[in-house]
Write a protein that binds this ligand. Structure first.
Ligand code: UDP
Length: 373
């Protein structure tokens, strides 16, 4: 496994760290945004910068807690949680109790949650118990498969929310079919601002020698990586790919590969998970990305990079409809290499997730709050 440094040139870090450290002493926050994982930190980073620290607080639950999944992101994205709970668990009840204990001292009027993590569900349940209004960003995203663990979480959060910010018209339509009780607006996907801004300053990861042409792979979903049969199917597919494959391996995947003694053929270059700037560099420079991550599917279409999703379903249907993304579940018998060859010719021209999304979402939330009696 190649270890690479998360260091960047001084200039690069300066561009990223343009926000100032907030005064941690301000404890009364009318609006609290809750995050608990790597993707939430990434997606919320430009949005939370828009709030005045006095009326807004960021609460980090610590669902993702290892330095490679948390600290490097806080540092690179210039985010400073006002409440750092360090829960170190994904247990919804434990997360909820800790959120309630923290916010009980000064109950906010509104809690903002993002996406479909256990931290978001825990914060939604906490909002209900504390009597706060609930705002859900990335509402209406659906896999259309209740066997996908996040699907039930999303549906539950959406059903509880007072205000729902949908990333696309497609997601709004899903919410309309479900007849959610809250107000719905389409505001785009926050990832657009973040990855467009930071991909401009992402330079080659220090200490990593990359082939000229490569495929990028990420894989972390339990349905894929907890199952040795799936890992072996992945190994077989990758052994037939006629390119190098750079694979930043998520801690969960690393643990599972170790447990089942699985290693890949020499065309696969395993590396530790990388910081966000490094990841964007890899994404910008790969031929095609293979992934089971929702966030990576979104980033791929925004950066116009063809994507193949190693799942039987996707919650990013917009990208599939645009032929920017294609499903390839690991138990498929046909050739992944052929699918890569076809997708590498895809021309991606449309970003389905909006522009200037952080400001649009911020304004929409302010309008919603000021319209309340
Ligand atoms: N990512 C990263 N470093 C890596 C792999 C992924 O910064 O080594 C970023 C990626 O750009 C995306 C996010 O992590 O924004 C995706 O997180 P994850 O796959 O854990 O979750 P999901 O998107 O499925 O919710």
């Amino acid at each position: 496994m190649i270890k690479i440094s998360n260091e960047h040139s001084k200039d690069q870090v300066q561009v990223v760290l343009e926000s100032k450290r907030r005064d941690n002493k301000s404890s009364v926050s009318n609006i609290v945004t809750v995050a608990g994982t790597r993707p939430e930190l990434i997606k919320l980073s430009e949005f939370i910068r828009l709030f005045d620290g006095k009326e807004h607080g960021l609460l980090y639950t610590g669902q993702h807690f290892s330095p490679k999944m948390k600290d490097v992101f806080l540092e690179q994205l210039g985010i400073f949680p006002d409440f750092d709970l360090q829960c170190g668990t994904s247990d919804v009840l434990v997360l909820k109790e800790n959120i309630i204990k923290t916010l009980n001292k000064a109950i906010p009027s509104h809690i903002i949650v993002y996406g479909d993590t256990n931290s978001s569900l825990a914060a939604s349940l906490a909002a209900e118990e504390l009597g706060c209004k609930l705002i859900h960003i990335e509402a209406g995203v659906r896999d259309f498969d209740l066997a996908v663990p996040e699907e039930g979480t999303r549906i539950k959060i959406d059903s509880m929310s007072d205000y729902l910010l949908a990333p696309s018209d497609f997601c709004k339509m899903c919410l309309q079919y479900e007849q959610v009780r809250g107000q719905v607006d389409v505001t785009g996907n926050l990832i657009v601002d973040v990855c467009k801004k930071l991909s401009k300053v992402a330079t080659k990861p220090v200490g990593l020698s990359l082939p000229n042409h490569f495929i990028l792979l990420t894989m972390h979903r339990p349905e894929n990586v907890d199952d040795p049969i799936k890992l072996n199917l992945l190994k077989n597919h990758l052994s037939q790919v006629d390119s190098d494959v750079v694979f930043p391996i998520h801690p969960r995947t690393q643990a599972s590969m170790k447990k089942y003694g699985i290693s890949f053929t020499p065309n696969v270059i395993p590396i530790d998970p990388v910081g966000y700037l490094d990841f964007l560099y890899l994404l910008n420079n790969c031929k095609v990305v293979l992934t089971d991550s929702g966030g990576v599917q979104e980033e791929s279409v925004v950066l116009k990079k063809p994507c193949i999703t190693l799942r039987h379903t996707s919650a990013r249907w917009e990208t599939i409809l645009l032929n920017a993304n294609r499903l390839f579940p690991l138990d498929r018998k046909d050739s992944l290499n052929e699918t890569i060859r076809e997708m590498s010719k895809a021309t991606i021209t449309v970003n389905p997730y909006g522009e200037n999304v952080a400001m649009t979402s911020y304004n929409a939330i302010q309008d919603f709050i000021s319209s309340m009696p």
